[in-house]
Design a binder for this molecule. Sequence first.
Ligand SMILES: Cc1cc2nc3c(=O)[nH]c(=O)nc-3n(C[C@H](O)[C@H](O)[C@H](O)COP(=O)(O)OP(=O)(O)OC[C@H]3O[C@@H](n4cnc5c(N)ncnc54)[C@H](O)[C@@H]3O)c2cc1C
Length: 400
Amino acid sequence: MNASSFKTSRNDYKIYENKQENQTLDILIIGAGVIGITIACALLSKGHRVKIVTRDLPFEERSEQCASPWAGAIWYPFEDEWNETCKQSYFEKQTFEVMQRMKGDTNVKLDYLSQRFQDNLPIFSDDILAYSRTRRVLDQDRISETLKIPWWKDVVVNFCEIDERVQDFTTFSLQPTEYLKRLLDHYKCDRLTFHRGTASSLARAKEQFLPNADLIINASGLGARYLADVNDKLVMPIRGQTIVIKKQSALEVNQGDDQIQSLFVEGTRDGHDMIYVISRADSDEILLGGSAEPDSFSTLPDKDQIQRIIQGTKQYSHHLCADLQKSITDPSIIHTGVGLRPGRKGGPRLDWQEEKKDINGKQILPPVIHAYGSGKTGFQVSWGVAIEVMRMVEEHTMVS
Ligand SMILES: Cc1cc2nc3c(=O)[nH]c(=O)nc-3n(C[C@H](O)[C@H](O)[C@H](O)COP(=O)(O)OP(=O)(O)OC[C@H]3O[C@@H](n4cnc5c(N)ncnc54)[C@H](O)[C@@H]3O)c2cc1C
C-alpha cells in the first residue's frame, strides 16, 4: 500500500460522468481469497452488483496457489516489514475494530469509515471469530525498542507485560475458511454472481464474464504475476510451512479466558523459520508454524523444516496452557501443509488504474482497482483494504 495510493483528489476524476451520484455499479472482481471476498461484501453492502471470477474457492478446497485457507488467521502485526507510511498499521487497526463490531462488542469506539459498515455487519459466534489469549515472547537480546513496545499494544485487548521478554494480550483468531464462507453467506443476494474459472487477462475477463463492467477489482493475489495485462513481477510467493496437530484433551475445546491459547516467538528466526502456535477455537486442531520464505515457489512439505517446527514449538510450549503443552510434547500430526502468501517486493499494491482506450477511443479496459500483495497479513488488513476500496469507488464516481 504505497503512500502514493492515497494522493488521489476528488477533482482529478470524473469517470462515470454519465452516471448519477450514488448510482450502483457493475463490478467484476478477480479472486475469492480474503481480499476479494471482503471487498465484495463491502461493495454489496453499498448496493453495487458484483461478479466474482475465481480459479479457487477457499472454502470448497485447498489449493497451494490460494493463500487464504492456509492462514493461521490471527491478528498479529509483523512490524519488522511495515511502517506507518505504508498504512499497514492503519488498515490493521481498522480491521481489528470491524472484527470487534462483528463480535457485537459495544464498547468499541469506531472511526467514521468503519462506522459505515455498522448496520450490515454479521454477528459471528466464538468458534469462527474468537478472542484468543496470546503470548508474545521476545527471545533475543538485540530486539529493537519498537519490537519491545509494539504500536498495537493499545489496539489489542488487555496488553500486559509479564516481564521484559514476555507479553500477554487478547487478539482475534479466525477460522479462515468458515469465516469467509459465513461472511459471504451473510452478504449473498441476487446482486452477487460467481464464476469458477481462470482469467488470462483483465481485459479478457471483462469481455468473457462481464462485458458491461464499470470497474474491475484485481484481487488475484499471486495471480497478478501471471495476468497478461498486469504481469507484475514484483509479486512473489512467501512460502509458509505449517503442521496441524490434534488436541489431546477435550478441555482444550473450552479454553478459559485466562489460558494462553496462542504463542508467537520473536527473534528466534533461523533463516526464514519462525515459531508460532495457534489453537483453533472451533475444532480439535492446533496449528504449528512455521516459515516465511520469500521467492520460494515450492509447495512440497520439507521434512527437516517440519522437524525444526516441532522442536521449536516444544522448546517454548511451557508458555502455553497445560492442555496445549501436553498436545505439543507428544504431537499427533493430522497433516502438514504449505501455503504461498502473495507477497510483493516494495509492499502491497492498492491503487486506482485509469480506464484504457484504443486509438479509436474504444474502451479496452474500464478503471481497475488493484488490491493484491498483502503477504503475511491478508486477514488482519482485509477490512482496512475493503474500506479504502470503498473510498476510492465513492471518490471516483462522484461528479463534482
Ligand atoms: C501459513 C500461512 C499463515 C498465515 N497466517 C496469517 C495470519 O495469521 N494472519 C493474516 O492476516 N494472514 C496470514 N496469512 C496470510 C494470508 O493468508 C494472505 O495474506 C491472504 O490469504 C491473501 O489473500 P488474497 O485474497 O490476497 O490472496 P489469495 O488468498 O491467494 O486469493 C487469490 C485469489 O485469486 C484467484 N486467482 C488468482 N489468479 C487468478 C486468475 N488468473 N483467474 C481467476 N482467479 C484467480 C485465486 O484462485 C484466489 O481465489 C498466512 C498465510 C499462510 C500461507
